[in-house]
Design a protein around this ligand. Structure first.
Ligand code: FAD
Ligand code: AMP
Length: 475
């Protein structure tokens, strides 16, 4: 095998593997180096997303939501289910199978595209040389014309609450519990904390979520955050805001978490703790001497708007660079870089990156929220439509939440769309497309939506922007 490649990608997560495939599609010779190892030591492409993030969390969210619906919703359909039982081992096995299928799929895609997969560690050296060390410790020097760094991120640790891989775990550990902890504490009410808290709460854990900020979901639209808080409470998630965790005391059978809030010091005693206070860029061992690649003050690889690093012909994408830590953002950047390397036009529209929280109800948004736009002094108009007025949502026994569209008061251009409700993560795709094409609310109003669908809520919300909704009161 040659040691020379047009492109070497370091990192095989959703930033790196699509970059490698697109570069190969563009006729370039490509190697993708990835160092991920599972708990049993086996290597796997796919990075955090496929192995320990998006996919396994969605598998458990689905299983736990089914249990919750069977327990709390079936009766409304006239379905009586007796003796429903949980088999966590089977649930975890299903999740593991989904992960394995997905990660092995990447190897098949590489083979078809002609990408050389290299499992082990990659280290960039000066002059776009790359040192590759396989999992057996064998080292090789490779040479690339262009290098793409896609090394991802890792969970942040909380001082005073050290991970022990058993009682105090990170998000990966929380996806691997083999039994339901009777009492669980989740530290951090961000997207990951709320999703994992929902999983174990639905499966029966008494769950306390401690969040340092006074406000829940500060990045979401205020009305959405308020509605979400109601549903989390109904689920039984005990979310305590303004609660800053300071220490953990690990006893023989339990863990005591100490935290402070406006009223003073408190503690909560639980069986397991999930620390979900955020993630930081992972660049350990990635850069040799004199590569010319600079990191910023927070440890992210410094890049411009085209993902060019400070070193010529070295690019960086995904969680290791600025911007939201999301798989689809990583993917878009990876593909765009592979196209730019091949001299093709490519752009990532950072103003239209959707965010989704896979709780129940689901939460999704794109663009700016009402608070941000008002703070910026923008003249806006808004339209909302409640799922309670949607025939399909009622038929699904899922009438909670609403769809909200914000448009410029003058031009009518859509500036933000915020959904909380059934399948919000799917519905938001229409809004992303609309914003990608700078659509107005009138464009959505004039688009035919099939009946009865949840997507009609988007249509009616667009009509409500101009007080022309048909199926709801125009307030
Ligand atoms: P990663 O996926 O972290 O991949 C980086 C890869 O590079 C890893 O395999 C790593 O081992 C490897 N690597 C690093 N350094 C080297 C080196 N020197 N040599 C060789 N290999 C190296 N995002 C969403 O959009 N939707 C979701 O629903 C979602 N859910 C999530 C749930 C959880 C629990 C978590 C933790 C994250 C979730 N995310 C979600 C975030 C998402 O996983 C990340 O944004 C995404 O994985 C980033 O992709 P990446 O390619 O930049 O990095
Ligand atoms: P995210 O960055 O979206 O993953 O969310 C992580 C959350 O953890 C943020 O909302 C932080 O405010 C919160 N957080 C960080 N440190 C602490 C702490 N010591 N105690 C409680 N919450 C914290």
């Amino acid at each position: 095998m040659s040691d020379n490649f047009d492109v070497i990608v370091i990192g095989g997560g959703p930033g790196g593997y699509p970059a490698a495939i697109r570069a190969a599609q563009n006729g370039l010779t490509v190697a993708c180096i990835d160092g991920w190892r599972n708990r049993d030591g086996s290597p796997a492409f796919g990075g955090t997303c496929l192995n320990a993030g998006c996919i396994p969390s969605k598998a458990l969210l689905e299983s736990s939501e089914l249990l919750h619906r069977a327990q709390h919703e079936f009766a409304a359909h006239g379905l009586r289910v007796e003796g429903i039982a949980m088999d966590i081992a089977k649930m975890q096995q299903r999740k593991a199978n989904i992960v394995r299928q997905s990660t092995q799929g990447i190897l098949a895609l590489f083979k078809a595209a002609g990408v050389t997969p290299l499992q082990g560690r990659g280290r960039l050296l000066a002059g776009r040389q790359v040192e590759f060390t396989d999992h057996a410790g064998q080292m090789r020097r490779l040479q690339a014309r262009q290098v793409v760094l896609a090394s991802g991120s890792e969970p942040m640790a909380l001082p005073g609450v050290p991970f022990d891989g058993d009682r105090i775990v990170d998000s990966w550990g929380a996806l691997e519990f083999q039994e339901v902890p009777p009492r669980l504490c989740v530290i951090g009410a961000g997207v990951i904390g709320l999703e994992l808290g929902s999983v174990w709460r639905r499966l029966g854990a008494e769950t306390v979520v401690l969040e340092a900020l006074e406000q829940l979901l500060p990045m979401a639209d205020g009305q959405v955050a308020k509605e979400a808080a109601r549903h989390f409470k109904r689920l039984g998630l005990d979310i305590r805001l303004g609660a800053r965790v300071t220490a953990a005391v690990v006893g023989e059978k339990e863990v005591t978490i100490r935290y402070t809030d406006a009223k003073g010091e408190h503690s909560v005693v639980v069986d397991r703790v999930v620390v979900a206070i955020g993630r930081r860029p992972f660049t350990a061992g990635l850069l040799g001497e004199d590569t010319g690649v600079q990191l910023d003050a927070r440890g992210f690889i410094e890049v411009d708007e085209h993902c060019r690093t400070t070193a010529a012909e070295v690019w960086a994408v995904g969680d290791c660079v600025r911007g939201p830590m999301l798989a689809h953002k990583a993917r878009e950047e990876g593909v765009a870089v592979a196209d730019r390397i091949a001299g093709r036009y490519a752009e990532v529209n950072y103003r239209a990156i959707p965010g989704v929280i896979y709780t129940a109800p689901e939460i999704a948004w794109v663009g700016q929220n009402e608070e941000q736009l008002r703070a910026a002094g923008r003249a806006i108009k808004t339209g909302s439509f409640p799922f309670a007025a949607s025939g399909r949502a009622r038929a699904m026994e899922a009438p909670a939440g609403f769809c909200k569209i914000i448009a410029d008061a003058g031009s009518d251009e859509i500036l933000g769309v915020h959904v909380i409700g059934p399948m919000a993560g799917e519905l938001i795709a229409e809004a992303v497309l609309a914003m990608e094409y700078s659509a107005s609310s009138e464009d959505l109003q004039r688009t035919i939506h099939a009946h009865p669908t949840l997507a009609e809520a988007m249509h009616e919300a667009a009509l409500a922007v101009d007080k022309r909704a048909i199926d709801a009161l125009n307030r």
